[in-house]
Design a protein around this ligand. Structure first.
Ligand code: HAM
Length: 438
């Protein structure tokens, strides 16, 4: 007996229709913001991720050597591939680039609820635009993509952090620039580990500096608690306040524009959000469910240096990734899960072998009009076929038998209302389309 591998899912047609409903909503949301779809390869050179994604992802790669001796990895995320694709076209492409993708990613993670080893992710990114309005647009699309699934501010919230303000704060604490990124990786762990462990991680992150880890840890614990722009501003020394104020002006601008979009109720400042991935450079954010387990639904931020680091021109970028696993768990939890229809719209009841050819010819015409049609392969009595039509969930049964062949008229039964009518063969498709509101 074979089983699916741990962390992998096998999707039945019912599972696919739930998943595709979510993809459909995401796709419509992205297109309503004038984003265009792209599709990067699933398998990439290993070094695309080992150099660009950061330590955590590095340890989770599905990596192997292919038959040509290349070190490759299944993609754990799409952002490095996107940066390469846009970087390759950078000089000829119209900016800002607004691209989205929906595809499967792979991470060899420890098994836990909401975290799998193969999961789908919806990504949307803007490249070539450094203004705060691009950050606002990305955050707005993230929120609208969850709202379009029927989720409200009572079910999810977006927490907004900022690596720039952290860098200014750590600098104000005396930390040299080289220790800032390692210190931020430590801050990323603060809520996930016991406080003694955090102290150790921080201490090793800043070990090359003269700053005492214990006093920095306590400053960090105070800073991370601040929830308003005014409190953050008050936390800087007078020497650093000018730099901090400039950045806090960006904060005000961003929150203000989100307010104008009617989205302020979804967003709250939270310095605890610094994000684990190595490439983020500015605002960072995560959307969490506020019911049930409180898990992360999506995360993203600004990453202005990645395209250049891959060897292309300097290009600012901001984007997010949203996973299907936690989103569909949340929809189920709050009773808002939906599926795309699986049932045929029309079931053709075939009266006899003599009428089969006409029946399949009508079925083909209807399918060509975009109507979903099913019919039986083995013929049975009318009663059994009507039961079959009900069992597959069809809306309409269309009867083609010997009598219908003689009169060139089919019997049409609406299986939802029970209403029956006679329809001449040449007006079957127009009648059915008007019943189905096409
Ligand atoms: P990330 O935070 O690693 O960011 O992933 C974003 C979302 O993908 C998470 O919030 C979660 O919903 C989902 N996700 C991640 N790992 C798993 C997993 N093992 N199982 C199930 N769901 C998972 C990124 O991937 C960035 N590349 C996003 C981004 C795009 N930043 C800028 N542009």
């Amino acid at each position: 007996m074979f089983k699916t591998l741990p962390g992998f899912r096998a999707f039945s047609p019912e599972d696919c229709s739930k998943r595709d409903y979510i993809f459909d909503v995401w796709r419509r949301a992205a297109k309503s913001f004038a984003f265009r779809e792209f599709d990067p390869p699933i398998l990439e050179s290993l070094d695309l991720f080992t150099e660009k994604s950061g330590e955590e992802i590095k340890s989770q790669l599905f990596e192997f050597v292919d038959k040509g001796g290349r070190a490759v990895a299944l993609r754990p995320e799409m952002t490095p591939s996107l940066a390469r694709m846009v970087g390759e076209k950078a000089s000829g492409i119209r900016k800002p680039v607004k691209w989205f993708a929906i595809g499967e990613n792979f991470r060899y993670e420890r098994q836990q609820k909401g975290r799998l080893r193969a999961f789908f992710q919806y990504n949307a990114d803007i490249l070539g635009e450094d203004s705060i309005y691009a950050d606002a647009e990305i955050i707005a699309l993230l929120i609208e993509s969850l709202r379009a699934l029927g989720l409200s501010e009572n079910e999810f919230q977006l927490r907004l952090g900022d690596r720039n303000i952290w860098a200014a704060f750590l600098e104000d604490c005396g930390l040299p620039e080289s220790a800032i990124i390692p210190a931020l990786s430590a801050v990323d762990k603060i809520a996930k580990v016991p406080s003694e462990v955090f102290d150790e991680i921080l201490s090793s992150a800043i070990s090359g500096t003269s700053i005492p880890a214990a006093s920095l840890a306590s400053k960090i614990r105070n800073f991370i608690k601040l929830k308003s722009i005014e409190d953050i501003s008050a936390n800087f020394s007078s020497a650093a306040s000018q730099k901090a104020e400039l950045r806090l002006a960006d904060w005000r601008k961003l929150l203000n524009i989100l307010d104008s979009m009617g989205l302020a109720k979804f967003v709250s400042p939270d310095l605890g959000i610094v994000r684990g991935l190595a490439y983020y450079t500015g605002f960072v954010f995560e959307a969490f469910q506020t019911v049930g387990s409180g898990r992360a639904l999506a995360g993203g931020g600004r990453y202005d240096a990645l395209v250049k680091k891959l060897g292309y021109q300097d290009m600012p970028a901001v984007g997010f990734g949203m996973g299907d696993v936690t989103v569909s768990d949340l929809l189920e939890l709050v009773g808002k899960q939906k599926s795309l229809p699986l049932s045929p719209e029309v079931f053709v009841v075939i009266g006899s072998e003599a009428s089969r050819n006409k029946a399949v010819s009508i079925a083909s015409d209807l399918r060509a009009e975009g109507i979903t049609v099913d019919y039986p392969f083995k013929l049975s009595g009318f009663g059994k076929q009507f039961k079959q039509a009900d069992a597959v969930g069809a809306n309409l049964a269309l009867v083609i038998g010997d009598d219908e062949l003689l009169s060139n008229t089919a019997k049409l039964k609406n299986l939802k209302t029970g209403l029956e009518s006679l329809v001449p063969f040449d007006s079957i498709s127009s009648t059915i389309k008007s019943i189905l509101n096409r």
